[in-house]
Design a protein around this ligand. Structure first.
Ligand SMILES: [Zn+2]
Length: 108
């Protein structure tokens, strides 16, 4: 398991992340670090990889994109390959769930 907050591996049976202190309940923790990342359907330039990093880690979106371009230029073709790998690994944002018809809502 990996911490949903910092992505560090968690020890089995731990109630809190030993690194950042985030609680370890099954709803917010995943078995794969990329499960907590998603590529948003809006605000993306190419495939949304930089936007996914921005959402997951709180990095500045513009700075992340500049860094990605710099890596692509300086480490060609490592940056491009890393981008495509991240594109394949990070799932796309779930489509918007359609709202139920007004007549089918549960009474309060
Ligand atoms: Zn953590």
């Amino acid at each position: 398991m990996f911490c949903h907050q910092c992505g560090k591996p968690l020890s089995v049976g731990a109630n809190f992340c030993s690194d950042c202190g985030a609680p370890t309940n099954s709803k917010v923790f995943s078995t794969h670090p990329f499960n907590t990342m998603f590529r948003p359907r809006s605000n993306r330039m190419i495939a949304g990889v930089c936007a996914a990093i921005h959402i997951r880690y709180g990095w500045d979106l513009t700075a992340t994109r500049i860094l990605a371009v710099l890596l692509g230029v300086l480490l060609f073709p490592v940056g491009e390959i890393a981008y495509v790998v991240a594109w394949l690994l990070i799932p796309e944002e779930a489509p918007l769930v359609p709202t139920p018809y007004p007549g089918t809502q549960q009474p309060r």
